[in-house]
Design a protein around this ligand. Structure first.
Ligand SMILES: Cc1cc2nc3c(=O)[nH]c(=O)nc-3n(C[C@H](O)[C@H](O)[C@H](O)COP(=O)(O)O)c2cc1C
Length: 412
């Protein structure tokens, strides 16, 4: 994969393997990547900022409390600039800081502020690596969606042998190439709905639901990462728009439906992640309804089923639906897949102790006509990436079959 023009933020921490990083920078620059380097204080004992500056062609940043750089909140800018952050080598100390959200220097602070992927390449003595504290940190970080490259077994700088060697610069270079090669949906137009809808009762009250929008937003981010052009139709949520996503805010199911319709022409893949209200209030009041000493009832009428109507179009896009159920998960998901004529459905249990609405984590069972796969409980961002990987493959499979079919038709 071409690294030309990719923005790579390289964090160097205080491990002996730091001496290998100049070679990695050389390889990245040769491939046309933009490289900015941030070093911890300890890292500067192993390799100099001057070396890194000369090779990267950019000033190296080492301090958080830098009045000049921070006049424009440099650490946030740097975090946003990066397409990917690679920490190599990553010390045991750094992994521990990151696990606990410690932000006491530039590198730890910007990792906490980053919404791009973080890849770490640990390097340490094998006993340090095996220590339960390190292993717990590694598992926690994986749960946060941090990607690990190594460490690998071999001879260590301390003279011992074991698992703790940093991957070689060439291997880290290939890992970065691999990271960017995931653009399998390049040029594909994706429309995603996310969050709840609010159905007005009067100007101040509404019927809503507990959807936080986190899964839909994570999905939007994952689709962008896979190279797609993403339009996100969001119900009322308080979430930041992921980088590269075109966002349309709506409130009610009707507004969501209208917005989706306006985006459908040219849409290749539709992902319905929003928890759209099934019903709306008949003639919601124009003025606030006053409290009265008697029972009151609301008359509800069904909303349009956005997903079913998109999937039922003459030439529908590839459709991904979601099923949030409190029981009989697979059975209901399978039924919904068939009833709404979807290509694939991602089902999750809500109301359970872990996962579901509002939670940071979730687990999904992905079902399509010819198969199903379970994705275990994990951070929603990581889960979204795994889901997009499956959906992209199914989408491309269907598209290629269709194109082959069209080709054969054309030859006749
Ligand atoms: C010569 C030397 C080599 C070191 N090598 C490593 C190493 O490979 N991995 C590691 O986790 N720590 C190593 N350390 C310990 C770290 O430098 C130390 O934990 C430091 O606080 C890390 O700071 P940082 O994570 O902010 O860069 C080494 C220390 C010394 C003195």
């Amino acid at each position: 994969m071409n690294l030309q023009g990719k923005n790579i933020l390289l964090g160097i921490t205080g491990g002996i393997a730091a001496y290998k990083i100049p070679e990695l920078v050389r390889l990245l620059k040769k491939a046309g990547a933009n490289v900015r380097v941030v070093m911890t204080h300890a890292a500067q004992q192993f390799v100099t900022p001057l070396t890194m500056q000369s090779l990267s062609g950019e000033p190296v940043r080492t301090e958080l409390m830098d009045p000049e750089q921070e006049s424009t909140m440099g650490h946030i800018e740097l975090a946003r600039w990066a397409d990917v952050i690679l920490i190599a080598p990553a010390t045991a100390n750094f992994l521990s800081q990151m696990t606990h959200g410690i932000a006491n220097d530039l590198l730890t602070t910007l990792c906490l502020a980053a919404d791009s992927e973080i890849i770490v390449a640990p390097a340490m003595n094998h006993v340090m690596w095996r220590h339960p504290a390190t292993q717990v940190n590694v598992e926690t970080l994986k749960g946060f969606g941090v990607q690990f490259e190594g460490p690998v077994p071999g001879d260590l700088a301390c003279g011992e042998t074991g698992q703790g060697r940093m991957q070689e610069p060439e291997e880290l270079f290939v890992a970065l190439q691999h990271y960017f090669s995931q653009s399998i949906l390049s040029g594909v137009n994706v429309v995603i709905t996310a969050g709840p809808t609010y159905e007005a009762i009067d100007p101040v009250r509404f019927i809503g639901n507990r959807s936080s929008g986190k899964m839909g937003f994570a999905l939007a981010e994952a689709f962008v990462r896979a190279g797609a052009n993403v339009s996100l139709v969001a119900g009322p949520v308080s979430l930041d728009t992921p980088q590269g996503v075109k966002r349309y805010d709506v409130e009610s199911a009707e507004q969501m439906s209208n917005q989706v319709s306006s985006l459908l022409s040219g849409c290749d893949l539709f992902a319905a992640c929003a928890a759209v209200a099934d019903y709306r209030v008949v003639d919601s009041a124009q003025q606030k309804i006053k409290k009265q000493d008697r029972e009151m009832s609301l008359q509800l009428i069904p909303n349009e089923d956005i997903l079913a109507s998109v999937a039922g179009e003459g030439n529908p896009p590839f459709t991904l639906g979601f099923a949030a159920e409190t029981e009989n998960l697979l059975e209901y998901a399978q039924a919904k897949l068939e009833r709404k004529k979807l290509d694939v459905i991602a089902a999750n249990l809500v109301g359970a102790e872990e996962g579901g609405f509002g939670a940071e984590k979730n687990a999904l069972t992905v079902v399509w006509n010819e198969g199903k796969v379970s994705l275990p409980m994990q951070n929603k961002k990581k889960l979204a990436r795994e889901l997009v990987d499956i959906v992209a493959r199914l989408y491309l499979q269907k598209k290629n079959n269709t194109e082959n079919y069209r080709l054969i038709q054309g030859l006749k």
